[in-house]
Ligand binder design. Sequence first.
Ligand code: CA
Length: 233
Amino acid sequence: MMSKVKQRVLIIEDEPDLVRGLTDALGFEGYEVASALTGDDGIRAARAQKPDCIILDLMLPDRNGFSVCGELRRMYPRVSILILSARSQESDIIRGLEAGADDYVTKPFGVGELIARIRSLFRAIRRQAVSSPRGPILVGRAAVDLAAQMVVIGRKQEALTFFEAECLRILHGRAGSVVSREELLQEVWGAEGGPSSRTVDNVIVKLRRKLQDDAKKPKHILTVYGTGYKLVL
Ligand code: CA
């Protein structure tokens, strides 16, 4: 059952034609849409609007989109951020995901594809709402509250992004068994128009760091070569 409250999408992009086209298309899909033409305006708009999803261009007139992405992610650990960019090199995509983006769409793109990606982000969020375990789970020394998207190790607290928490939830639900990248993609991002398995690997890298699991010799999130990952508690 869909909630009656409209999901809010903020577009941070300096090409007016593209902003207009996306605003119309997303409005038609039932989203409440706001837009900003610069990075600083985008951050102000995010504060005012509290969007559920942010579509962020990388080449903005005032700021580098990667830094805007990092700032938005620090301010709002739970918001979905989708980077939209003409930069299609893998290094840019990885940098965007490292800066906290949940997905990356390269220009030129079809509006249909973009909307499918946004739907997939929202679907993942709805699925999580009905299936989070209660109370913290323990992974090594880390206590993780999946619903609150928080990791506590000793006196240190760190926020998880939505997708980090989701991947961990799936791995935890099947602890001790191998979960393939494809299964993680399917269950966390949804099948339709989701990102590539590279995205999964990036989320795992960040999860290991936050759980203080040694990236070179992980003890908890193990890589099963050619297949996927296995959580050992
Ligand atoms: Ca631009």
